[in-house]
Design a protein around this ligand. Structure first.
Ligand code: UDP
Ligand code: MG
Length: 236
């Protein structure tokens, strides 16, 4: 008889060794509190943890802070030669991560640490990817909201796979998803497209982003348009 197709979530997962990949551009003021808080959150779940901090060409004292935090945390520090942008920074972090699952999370406290427990639970129950979806964009301006809607309409029109609307980079991925992402040869990497393109058993978790703790977002209109152009030219 042919082997039974594996039913959903029937294979128990091995103990989780979580690599937390944190892209950071001028986040020194956040990192000092964020990295220990991230580590404590993961350790509280009795999960083995390494942090991969990617310094994306920051102009502040991120390097010094990383060195100091490296004394107390299992921290791997990667320094890019200049500011390459978040997509490239995450890609570098994914390449370096060694865990059997990887968490991608921003350095500015906007991605609630309290959601990690649920993501871990979902991974344990058999999901390969659990990702945050922004549930409420009310805090954003009208232009950005309508621009976002137009973008997803164009992206997903007649597409074989859907890029979920308002999904971000905040996500936990099983090793097999990470391995596939790392194999993709794309040099200009529109990550939101790649996450959807690879497939796998995924689950969306709606959330409302918290306030950025310190500093400002660098994704201004120009950067967002460039990113949207990248997405449209790569995936349509
Ligand atoms: N980031 C990065 N390189 C950049 C811009 C941003 O690594 O060129 C990081 C940033 O430090 C943060 C995350 O990507 O950890 C999200 O950036 P930001 O908060 O500016 O964007 P938003 O929250 O508005 O999407
Ligand atoms: Mg942010």
């Amino acid at each position: 008889t042919p082997p039974q197709p594996s039913t959903f979530g029937d294979t128990p997962r091995p103990p989780l060794r979580l690599s937390c990949v944190v892209p950071a551009y001028n986040e020194a003021a956040n990192l000092e509190a964020f990295l220990p808080a991230l580590y404590d959150t993961v350790r509280a779940l009795a999960v083995d943890c390494e942090i991969v901090l990617v310094n994306d060409g920051s102009r502040d004292n991120t390097a010094a802070i990383a060195q100091q935090l490296g004394q107390q945390l299992p921290l791997h520090y990667i320094e890019l030669a200049r500011n390459f942008g978040k997509e490239a920074a995450m890609t570098a972090g994914l390449d370096y991560a060694r865990g059997n699952a990887v968490l991608l999370i921003d350095a500015d406290f906007q991605h609630p640490l309290s959601m990690i427990a649920e993501m871990v639970q979902l991974w344990k129950s058999g999901y390969d990817m659990a990702y945050g979806v922004i549930a409420d964009r009310a805090a954003e301006g009208t232009t950005k909201r309508w621009g976002t809607r137009l973008f997803y309409y164009l992206m997903n029109k007649d597409s074989r796979f859907k890029i979920p609307e308002n999904a971000g980079d905040f996500r936990l991925m099983d090793r097999k998803v990470v391995d596939v992402l790392c194999q993709l040869p794309e040099r200009n990497r529109f990550m939101k497209g790649l996450y959807a393109w690879v497939g796998f058993k995924t689950v969306a978790l709606p959330f409302v982003p918290d306030q950025r703790r310190s500093g400002e977002s660098t994704f201004n209109l120009h950067r967002l348009l460039a990113l949207a152009f990248e997405g449209l030219t790569s995936f349509t």
